[in-house]
Ligand binder design. Structure first.
Ligand code: ACO
Length: 434
């Protein structure tokens, strides 16, 4: 992958008597960055950027997004074209290996994923230890972390063959781990993977089949789920991906790094928002469907309430994934004649908010999570599993970034600095004098 950047005329930073020249770098889509890597050595100063709003933490050749124009491309290919032409496994290959696979490469990749879908039988006993009402994201993170105890022959981040085995195991087994966490919560027997099925079919089978009855996978659901997984597959340096890179930078193995990413994704300000959206829509429905009341609450800072599924750190125009997912949602509900009152509330909420000065001024648009929950509901996926599906989708992106970090020049442990604001030195006070 091309991680080189063009270097332009330097910028000059002055502070008191000191002056320092800072290189300006340019990426392939003409975005500019001030390279401050020598700033501390030259001036003794660090930068302060809480929430990393202005910080480019790395060079990366995986995903490009333009938040102003609503553009998202994986390895140069627009998300709309990938959604129209590929399934999730092909997109995973693209992200992880940096190019679209030939038919032969795709066959080999699919075959090896099918071969790794089973979990080590002893791992099933973990599930007996979790409480029935455990959140499936907690189970997912724990079981993925535990993979490093069962698959010790694929832990070394410096051995490409081990990494590749680890990658395939993760992609193959995550749907099995996820489906088992659902089966545990509903008290049904675990369904083993059926390797004649494709990736998404297999996941739906493990989620919804029971041993006592036949189960037919619904092709509409397969299409919709492929689309959702592709839309979630990567989003450059978001919170969970940065976490995976951060943990991986200490040379922690890939299972451990992905487990950390799953934990980061769980939060309601990140992947957990899809669950929070449906909870919010349910709350509005139970409260008589008064959308305007909730829009007013979101604008009133003293209420501490936000419209879930609205706003994005990067997209300040529209989220292209939300567009794709809303269209898919419309189609699926119409084709199957499903009338979901939550979809009506979601549409009304979107229209009220998009015409409201508060949201317009702050450029707050529906994000990827706003409509995904409505599709998941239509498939019968329980709310607690929504973020788990996000994790299944994001997995190839996390892997791609972890691999990119390990193979880049100048790869160093991630270790930010700080501006200390605590007490200056003071004498220790013995416990009986406090
Ligand atoms: N509802 C109401 N007001 C909002 C919302 C919202 N959903 N989002 C942002 N705002 C307001 C903030 O109060 C702030 O107002 P101010 O300028 O008057 O103080 C302004 O818009 C900017 O918001 P920030 O929090 O500074 O924006 P930031 O980039 O830090 O946060 C985030 C982005 C976390 C996504 C935020 O918009 C949010 O909390 N949204 C709801 C949760 C959500 O949907 N998360 C999913 C994100 S997508 C993903 O992870 C896949």
């Amino acid at each position: 992958m091309n991680l080189h950047v063009k270097t332009l005329d330097p910028a000059t930073l002055s502070f008191g008597q000191k002056q320092v020249q800072l290189p300006v770098v340019e990426g392939t889509e003409n975005e500019l960055g001030l390279d401050i890597s020598r700033l501390r050595a030259a001036t003794g100063m660090v930068t302060l950027d809480e929430g990393y709003v202005n910080t480019g933490s790395t060079r990366s050749a995986i995903t490009f997004l333009d938040g102003e124009e609503g553009v998202l491309r994986y390895c140069g290919y627009p998300i709309e074209e990938l959604c129209a032409n590929c399934d999730f496994v092909e997109v995973s290959y693209l992200l992880i290996y940096g190019h679209l696979p030939t038919q032969q490469q795709l066959n080999e990749f699919q075959h090896s994923i099918r071969k790794h879908t089973l979990l080590h039988e002893d791992m099933r006993s973990f599930y007996s230890g979790f409480p029935r009402d455990a959140h499936p994201m907690a189970i997912l993170a724990s079981v993925v972390s535990a993979m490093s105890t069962f698959y010790q022959d694929s832990l070394d981040p410096t051995e490409p063959e081990q990494v590749d085995l680890c990658v395939r195991r993760l992609i193959a087994k995550l749907p099995t781990i996820a489906a088992y966490s659902h089966k545990k919560s509903v008290g049904q027997p675990f369904m083993y993977p059926l390797n004649e099925l494709d990736y998404v079919e297999n996941f739906l089978q493990m989620m919804f089949a029971v041993p006592s009855e036949g189960y037919e996978v619904d092709p509409d659901f397969v299409r919709a789920l492929n689309l959702l997984l592709i839309c979630h597959a990567d989003h450059e340096q978001n919170c969970s991906t940065s976490t995976v890179r951060m943990v991986g930078s200490s040379n922690a193995n890939l299972f451990a790094s992905i487990a950390a990413g799953i934990c980061a994704l769980w939060g309601p300000l990140h992947g957990g928002a899809n669950e929070a959206v449906v909870e919010m829509l349910n709350q509005i429905a139970a409260d008589g469907g008064n959308v305007k009341k909730y829009v007013a609450m979101a604008k009133d800072k003293s209420q501490g309430f936000r419209l879930m599924g609205f706003g994005h750190r990067v997209y300040k125009n529209f989220d292209p994934r939300a567009k794709i997912i809303k269209t898919a949602c419309d189609k699926l509900l119409a084709k199957r004649s499903i009338h979901d009152p939550l979809f009506d509330i979601a549409q009304e909420l979107e229209s009220v908010a998009l015409n409201d000065e508060y949201f317009v001024e702050r450029k707050l648009y529906p994000n990827v999570d706003f409509y995904s929950g409505v599709i998941y509901r239509a498939m019968g996926i329980p709310v607690q599993m929504f973020t788990v599906l996000f994790a299944m989708g994001r997995l190839p992106g996390w892997i791609a970034h972890w691999k990119e970090m390990h193979t880049s020049d100048g790869n160093r442990i991630c270790r930010p600095r700080q501006i200390y604001t605590g007490p200056t030195q003071r004498p220790f006070v013995p416990i009986n004098a406090r």
